[in-house]
Ligand binder design. Structure first.
Ligand code: ATP
Ligand code: MG
Length: 645
């Protein structure tokens, strides 16, 4: 293992490629200082990217901290900012959404098309009885009707709550119930690897368990492939559009602090929390980061491969790029169907400029081999991004070389459902990159790494990542649960309030943050504290390994679940090499009791490994709700592997 393969050790810096910097949106070397010096007014630069109906009178109100208010008294409408203003400024025939469907279908919506359909559906929602501040639940795969429904809600001031289509009916029911949502927009079904799946049945199941009445609208995605029942209470989406053909609805001016949407966290670490995001602060920071970090401009073909049901999809498929008037790609399918070059084929055919994905996807691409990206012309790419998990130097370098051809900066963006927008990342036209470290705090934000006593740890030491200044896109509360909001996230200090991210991290002398994992991923074995993520990244750095998840069994011993490159599953030499590497880099105390090789690890919609599930597998316990998994098939394989031993 060469030095540069040592996971998460960063060290080497890579300067932003010259060709990129020459055209970047933000190249001001003093940007970090300028934001610092003029805080919080610096955030007006973000708000100025939007059109407001009434200007704000104060940037930040912290009288009732940690319930902060941003852009006080300002009013605006998010749909107006994402759609109307581009039509009005003469860009109506510019593409807003380019959709690639599962079966190879494509659809393009110009800003004018989007304007028409958003208005018609907004009128339809009103016709069904939706009023300002009513929560509308959306349960759909990545089809254009999903962002259209989001924007239609935003237009009439009804917060949306998008539930990932991969979640079970039970999970949907709980979210509808908790949000007191009386409206649901869903669809008949969707395709997964070429097979039709019924979504309407899951939605019907969900509604059986909801105590109040819910009116639903159903999009006919599958036509004759999957006939579904439209009950008396349901309305067909396209029939509704026909009934409201040509209708327009004035965008409702919303206060900056009014809720734009509600989003339940994915629940990797516990009960899902209903995170509330507002209209003004959220949209400002999302627009600013799309401009300064993703470097988006209207002429770009931009593709974020996340699901819209995840915060990444809200901020960086829908609201960020559309606010800036960019073309945003939607892709319904899987990255390896029908072939493993599917992603690169889409990049080439659409001449994608900016591509944003997750480390889990990059590690799959690595596993499949560089021949797939190399068989396509990827020269249209200008910038690459990643989000969701730490990307170790090995995957970083692979992405940089085989996808970016050494010419595209990589932005490793750290943020959360609760932060609403990116918080830690390099600015690609300004900051050098360090593979393995996400980057410095975004201009206008401030963080600290603290120990369990709440004081800052020494440079290079790991501790709890916390945020020490409020930021515009921050979560405002948890739905109907202000006490839990404070309890989950906030600590009062001598200088105010500190937001606890729940992640472990360390920071280097240049202020670059390496995120190490969740705070609770620490284990005491034989009296020694072991950071599970450190064991994982050490294993993941071994040649032949794609990904590793380490959990503790009921016996307090470590178990490693490891996905390997093809053909290495039965390889005992690889097992030995893993053990040796762990012993050498951490110590025998961290050597796993068992290493289970597998083709795939169980993952959530955002590509995170479900460790809680692996613990149950290890201990032979019942699995509980597996509906949040994107690859439930993977679990049976692991259960079998741990049994036959
Ligand atoms: P829950 O809070 O319910 O457990 P979740 O945290 O998985 O769900 P998200 O809000 O989508 O849901 O994920 C945010 C988390 O993802 C961060 O707290 C961090 O652990 C991880 N993360 C995101 N981006 C990065 C990154 N660039 N580097 C390292 N970790 C990241
Ligand atoms: Mg979280």
């Amino acid at each position: 293992m060469s030095d540069r393969d040592t996971p998460l050790d960063g060290g080497d810096t890579v300067d932003p490629p010259r060709g990129f910097v020459d055209q970047a949106n933000v190249t001001n070397e003093r940007i970090h200082e300028e934001f610092d010096e003029g805080w919080p007014e610096c955030w007006e630069r973000a708000a100025d990217l939007l059109d407001w109906s009434e200007p704000w009178t104060k940037v930040l109100n912290d009288d009732d901290a940690p319930f902060y208010e941003w852009f006080v008294d300002g009013t605006l409408n998010a749909a107006y900012n994402c759609v109307d203003r581009h039509v009005e400024s003469g860009r109506k025939s510019h593409a807003a959404i380019k959709w690639e469907g599962k079966l190879g279908e494509t659809r393009t919506y110009t800003y004018q098309d989007l304007y028409r359909e958003v208005n018609e559906f907004a009128a339809a929602l009103r016709g069904l009885g939706v009023e300002e501040d009513d929560v509308v639940t959306l349960y759909m795969p990545v089809i254009p009707e999903l962002p259209i429904a989001m924007l239609a809600c935003a237009r009439i001031g009804a917060p949306h709550s998008v539930v990932f289509a991969g979640l079970s009916g039970k999970a949907l029911g709980t979210r509808i119930e908790r949000a007191d949502s009386e409206y649901l927009v869903t669809c008949d079904g969707y395709y997964r690897r070429g097979n039709a799946f019924n979504l309407k049945n899951k939605a019907d199941d969900a509604l059986l368990k909801v105590d109040h009445d819910v009116r639903s609208v159903v999009v006919d995605r599958l036509g004759e492939t999957l006939p579904h029942t439209i009950d008396d209470a349901d309305r067909d989406y396209h029939e509704l559009l026909d009934e409201h053909a040509g209708a327009t609805v004035d965008p409702v001016p919303r206060s900056a602090e009014d809720m734009l949407f509600l989003m339940y966290t994915s629940g990797t670490t516990g009960e899902p929390k209903g995170v509330e995001h507002t209209t003004g602060g959220y949209l400002s920071q999302v627009a600013w980061t799309s401009h300064a970090v993703l470097d988006l401009e209207p002429a770009d073909m931009y593709w974020c491969s996340a699901d819209i049901g995840w915060i990444t999809g809200h901020s960086y498929i829908v609201y960020g790029p559309l606010t800036l008037g960019t073309t945003t790609m939607l892709y319904e399918g899987s990255p390896d169907y029908p072939e493993r070059d599917r992603v690169w084929d889409i990049v080439e055919r659409n001449a994608v400029d900016v591509f944003y994905t997750a480390p889990t996807a990059i590690r799959s691409f690595m596993k499949w081999g560089e021949e797939y990206p190399e068989s396509h012309d990827l020269s249209s790419l200008r910038l690459l991004g990643t989000v969701g998990e730490p990307i170790g130097p090995r995957a970083w370098n692979w992405y940089y070389e085989h996808v970016g051809n050494g010419e595209c900066p990589i932005v490793d963006t750290w943020w959360q459902t609760e932060t609403g927008a990116m918080m830690v990342t390099t600015l690609p036209g300004v900051d050098p990159m360090k593979p393995g470290a996400a980057g410095p705090a975004l201009p206008g934000t401030d963080l600290d790494i603290v120990g369990s006593d709440g004081s800052s740890v020494a440079e290079g030491e790991s501790g709890y990542l916390s945020i020490t200044r409020p930021w515009p896109a921050m979560v405002r509360s948890l739905y109907d649960d202000e006490d839990r909001f404070i309890e989950e996230y906030w600590t009062e200090t001598d200088d105010g309030w500190r937001y606890e991210t729940g992640d472990r991290a360390r920071i280097d002398a240049d202020g670059y943050v390496s995120v190490l994992g969740r705070v609770d991923d620490v284990l005491t074995v034989g009296g020694v504290r072991i950071e599970i993520t450190r064991v994982e990244s050490t294993i993941a750095g071994v040649d032949g390994v794609v990904e590793a998840a380490v959990v503790a069994g009921a016996n307090n011993m470590l178990y490693a679940y490891v996905s390997t490159e093809s053909g290495r599953m039965g390889d005992d030499a690889l097992r030995d090499l893993i053990n040796e590497t762990v012993e050498r880099s951490i110590g025998t105390v961290a050597t796993p009791l068992r290493i289970v090789f597998t083709t795939e690890l169980p993952k959530t919609r955002s590509g995170k490994i479900m460790r809680r599930l692996l613990e149950s597998v290890t201990n032979g316990e019942p699995l509980g709700d597996t509906s949040a998994l994107r690859n439930p098939e993977s679990v049976g394989e692991l259960q079998a592997a741990i049994r036959d031993r």
